[in-house]
Design a protein around this ligand. Structure first.
Ligand code: GDP
Ligand code: MN
Length: 379
């Protein structure tokens, strides 16, 4: 789950990370009022779940409250990477000397959380990683001890020569680590970590991604979810208890089991197609889940063909077949459908489908190839 910059900053402040004061606004007048209250130059910053807001024109310097209102008018409603800006953070503008990067990610290869730090922070950290990777230091954290003070200090000195600044950065990294652990993050980053001309080290931007599996035991964090900032299809799928991730391709996939869903996506790519989504209808399928899945997938205008790939174990393939029939009776399909099913109650399922004008195959390769062809406009 993504949270907004202002939410991540609220969390980090509680851990002692120095962050310029600010508040969130939903209208230009609110933005002006916050700027007036701060009483200094402010930044107006789009709150969307996307990076690179600065480059997209979603981060603006405002010397006066009137300019803050003007910039908020421009930014609210703006489209950044397909996401509509519903709110802006109005934060006291910092004087920037240098910009560094500090982040923690979960590295699946080492099964550890890894600190990534670089003195070359700011808006182009992806390019730094690609072209001059030696400017980034990677430091895996031993989960038994956390980030120990001397490790934090080493990282601090990788960023800054000045001992005071290195120590300040080390403390911020320890605070970031604790916030990362306590909040159940899969990613936490400060970019830029700024040294002001006065020599203070402060966090000017913050990003946190929460591991969805942590949400049940962290209700306060789960409450930070902002559904208005998420893809509507993903919100709907979550409510229907489907595991769904929207992708950019045109083959809509309905699969049971995460492993088979991954294998199906691989096979779609192998045959030259692009999946429109990852969707796992889960083990025990009831027809209603299939109906929901079809509604969500067919709402995506990119989808040019629907592929069912069902391996019946606990899942009864006749349930799936009934779901397909119910869903398509209520909402006739505008795109072709390819159905592959095998396993529990396969004969019954095939009969149900045939009686309703569908054909089904039991061969996965054949079905995927066919779906890719149809999505490309083939006959
Ligand atoms: P992002 O583009 O989504 O990562 O948004 P950021 O909050 O990181 O802002 C992008 C860039 O805008 C930063 O790297 C800074 O160069 C600049 N910026 C952001 N906040 C401030 C600020 O308070 N003062 C100044 N002078 N520049 C800022
Ligand atoms: Mn940033």
């Amino acid at each position: 789950m993504n949270i907004h910059e202002f939410q991540a900053k609220d969390i980090l402040r509680r851990y002692g990370v120095p962050i310029p004061p600010g508040d969130v606004a939903r209208t230009p007048d609110e933005a002006k009022a916050i700027a007036t209250r701060i009483g200094k130059a402010v930044m107006v910053k789009a709150q969307v779940h996307a990076g690179g807001r600065g480059k997209a024109g979603g981060v603006k310097f405002c010397p006066t409250p009137d300019v803050a209102k003007e910039k908020a008018t421009a930014i609210l409603g703006m489209d950044i990477k397909g996401l509509r800006v519903e709110q802006v953070l109005v934060a006291e503008a910092a004087d920037i000397g240098t910009e560094a990067y500090v982040g923690i990610i979960v590295d699946r290869a080492t099964k550890k959380a890894v600190f990534m730090v670089s003195a070359a922070g700011g808006i182009d950290i992806e390019e730094v990683a690609a072209t001059t990777p030696e400017k980034i230091k990677y430091h895996p954290v031993d989960p038994r001890y956390g980030l120990r003070p001397y490790e934090a200090l080493q990282l601090g000195f990788f960023l800054y020569k000045d001992a005071k600044q290195a120590k300040a950065a080390a403390q911020i990294m320890r605070q970031l680590w604790q916030a990362f652990l306590d909040s159940g993050c899969s990613l936490a980053e400060i970019n830029p970590l700024v040294v002001t001309p006065a020599g203070e080290v402060i966090a000017v931007d913050a990003k946190m991604v929460i591991d969805d599996n942590e949400l049940d035991r962290k209700p306060a964090i789960a409450a930070l979810r902002d559904e208005s900032s998420e893809a509507p299809s993903e919100v709907e799928a979550r409510k229907a208890n489907l595991t769904f991730i929207k992708l950019d391709g045109n083959v809509g996939c309905v699969v049971n089991g995460a492993g088979l869903a991954m294998a199906t996506m691989d096979l779609v790519k192998f045959y030259g197609g692009e999946p429109a989504n990852f969707l796992d209808i889960g083990g025990s399928s009831n027809p209603e889940k299939v109906v929901n899945a079809l509604r969500i997938i067919t709402a995506d205008p990119n989808v040019k063909c629907i592929l069912f790939n069902i391996f019946g174990g606990i899942t009864r393939t006749d349930d799936v077949a009934n779901g397909i029939v119910t869903a398509t009776k209520a909402n006739p399909l505008k795109v072709p459908i390819v159905i592959r099913l095998t396993g529990t109650n396969e004969e019954i399922a095939v009969k149900i489908l045939q009686d309703n004008g569908f054909s089904a195959s039991s061969d996965m390769d054949e079905a995927v190839q066919r779906a890719v062809e149809l999505a490309k406009g083939g006959k």
